[in-house]
Structure formats: C-alpha cells, structure tokens
Design a protein around this ligand. Structure first.
Ligand code: 13P
Length: 262
C-alpha cells in the first residue's frame, strides 16, 4: 500500500474558535499536497463546524467514538446515524484511553465496531499493549486477544472499511518512552499476521495499519518508512497545524519513495 493515511485525533482539546482555526489551516496546507490521505477527528461538539470547513476539501471528517445503537434512550450518547448525518466518514474505536480510563471491554468495542461498519462508517480500530504487558513479554498475546475479540463476527464485505491503529499505551502522550521504528514494524507484522489468520491473506495484505504514539515531525519519516506502516494516528502533534502538516508531508515522501523503488 503506497498511499499513506494520516489521521489527527484531537482528543478532548480545542475551543470552537481553535477548532475552526486549526481545521482551516489543515485545509489550506492540504491544498498544496497530493498523494496522501488525511482525516481529522475533532471532539463531538465541533464536528458540525469542522465539517463545514472541510466540505469540498481533501480532508475527511472523523469522530472519536460512538454508541452502538441507532437511536433511543441513551442519555449523552451519539449514534452512528448522527455521525453520518454530520458528514463523518471515519470513527475511532477501541482507543486505549477508552479501554483503560473508561473501562471499555473487548466485547463492547466489538459491538461498536460491528454497528459502525454496518452503518457504513470506516472504522479506525485501535489496539496496543501497556508497558507492564510489554515488559512481561505479553505484547503478542495482548494484540492477538484484542484483534480476535474486538473483530469477532465481522461481515467480510465490511473489511475494506476497517483500518487498524497500533497504539502502544506506553508511547502515547509524549511519555518519554518512544517506540522504536523496529518495535513498531514488529508489532504491525504481528497484527497483519493475526488478521490474515482471521480473514485471509488477501485481506491482510490490503489492510491499512497506522501507528500512533508520540508521532512528531522529527520521527515521522523513520516510522512511516518502515515496512507495513501505512500511516499514522496523531494526538498531540495534530493540535498544531504546522506539525500535523509536516507529518503529512513525511507521509507523501515515503509513499513516493516506495513507488519509485517498486
Ligand atoms: P499522541 O500522538 O499524543 O501520543 O497520541 C496518540 C494517540 O493516542 C492518537 O490516537
């Protein structure tokens, strides 16, 4: 896969004014680049206003979560139908912050993934081990479990709308523990292998796997140039248009290099 996909996860950041400014800056920056796919995922309250700014641009809109029901008595929740209505193409599910801070289980995440895909959304499904799990040599076991349980009972026709993000919990949020490009490549290979066993080699080859965990302009090229790293899911650096766009440009360079050497 040569076209990289760079996604900004704004998490619980920005005011409406900041969201507007940031989205505009990304759109302007993207008008000068080609051969890379980009999406941004603002907080729920700003989806509509950011969606207006992204209309007609090359930047897609994504959400950071959803509730797996069409509608009903679910106070405070947001349905896939609402996200589609607002122009969302993507939704992030299984993020470690929701797994660990909000207690989301593999079973619940699986329900969300299936409902989101059935509704027509593209799902960015996040997996990743904690530092304790890595140090105990359990990375593969944890990734396998998250994939097997989180992607259980998926309909084969929806697989093309599934993206996986490898986000080691210990490397998220500038913790000082950055994953090395080698560690990232190895984890992506584990994920692709497991996915292949679940859904077949063809689906595994076509699968896009992003890396997320303190991706910055300074390490983007080293990460994106690794075999099997198809893009990046960016937290902190996506809140600064200049940094986000620098990572997007690293994605283009890598895509071109791969094409030239092919
Ligand atoms: P950081 O880029 O801030 O480490 O966040 C990564 C992440 O969790 C993206 O979903």
């Amino acid at each position: 896969m040569s076209r990289k996909f760079i996604i900004g996860n704004w998490k619980m950041h920005t005011t409406s004014a900041e969201a507007r400014q940031l989205a505009k800056a990304v759109v302007v920056g993207m008008s000068r680049v080609a051969r890379v796919s980009v999406a941004i995922c603002p907080p729920f309250p700003y989806l509509a206003l950011v969606g207006e700014i992204l209309k007609g641009s090359r930047v897609a809109l994504g959400a950071q979560n959803l509730y797996p029901e069409k509608e009903g008595a679910f106070t405070g929740e947001v349905s896939p139908t609402m996200l589609l209505d607002l122009g969302c193409k993507y939704v992030i599910l299984g993020h470690s912050e929701r797994r660990h801070k909000l207690g989301e289980s593999d079973t619940f995440i699986n329900h969300k993934v299936r409902v989101a895909l059935a509704a027509g959304l593209n799902v960015i499904f996040c997996v990743g081990e904690t530092l304790v799990q890595r140090n105990a040599g359990r990375t593969k076991t944890v990734l396998d479990r998250q994939l097997v349980q989180g992607l259980a009972h998926l309909s084969a026709v929806t697989l093309t709308r599934l993206i996986i993000a490898y986000e080691p919990v210990w490397a998220i949020g500038s913790t000082g523990h950055d994953a090395t490009p080698q560690q990232v490549q190895e984890a992506h290979a584990i994920i692709r292998h497991r996915f292949g066993r679940m859904f077949g080699t063809k689906s595994a080859e076509a699968l896009s796997i992003q890396y997320g965990g303190s991706v910055k302009p300074k390490n983007a090229t080293a990460l994106l140039s690794r075999l099997g790293v198809d893009g990046a899911l960016i937290g902190g650096a996506s809140l600064h248009a200049s940094q986000f766009l620098a990572i997007v440009r690293a994605g283009i360079n890598e895509a071109q290099t791969e094409e030239e050497s092919a």
